[in-house]
Design a protein around this ligand. Structure first.
Ligand code: SF4
Ligand code: SF4
Length: 175
């Protein structure tokens, strides 16, 4: 269901808070060298990231009944996310997004989409081994890509082996 003016206003306010939070956190992580990849490629509008949006939360929120219920209610009422499954191991909630149209692969409230949708897939770059959806037009590139490519250049490898290594080590950099 398309966002009405009230939802749009609430989402705009939370988006500002999300953006400031994210900027501060990333600045801190970057200053400590904790973001090992950069983003390459572009969005091809495959829609994969809208099929089952997921949010990892702090374990205190995950295990606290009142915070958990409030969080899920907020996601449902404000963002249109309904819970479909969860991963207890890494405190992640997986949702169905009621704004997503799987036929058109589009969002019915694109201009008021949450901050996490705008940021996708940058947060994946913070993982030790980022996994992007197969159809995604973006990809991670290691910040050491050039050094690793130079080191591999002297090895006697078949084109297939080289391609496999480029992909596995996230060192392809042809943008
Ligand atoms: S709100 Fe829009 S952009 Fe975000 S997951 Fe849903 S359909 Fe995708
Ligand atoms: S999965 Fe990647 S390419 Fe597909 S819509 Fe999301 S960001 Fe764009």
């Amino acid at each position: 269901m398309r966002d009405d003016w009230l939802r749009r206003s609430v989402k705009m306010l939370t988006r500002w808070q999300f953006t400031v939070d994210l900027a501060v956190t990333r600045l801190f992580r970057r200053s400590r060298g904790n973001i090992p990849y950069r983003l390459a490629g572009s969005c091809n509008r495959c829609g994969a990231c809208c099929e089952t949006p997921a949010i990892q939360v702090h374990r205190l929120l995950y295990h606290s009944d009142i915070f958990r219920r409030t969080f899920l209610r907020w996601q449902n009422v404000v963002n249109g996310f309904t819970l479909i499954e969860e991963d207890r191991g890494d405190h992640t909630f997986v949702f169905h997004c009621t704004h997503y149209d799987p036929e058109a692969k589009g969002c019915d409230s694109y201009s008021s989409r949450p901050g996490m949708c705008r940021d996708y897939p940058k947060f994946l770059l913070e993982a030790a081994n980022p996994v992007f959806p197969d159809t995604c037009g973006f990809r991670p590139v290691s910040r050491n890509a050039k050094r690793l490519r130079d080191a591999l250049a002297s090895l006697d490898l078949t084109p297939e082996q080289r391609e496999k290594l480029d992909k596995g080590l996230n060192i392809r950099d042809d943008d």
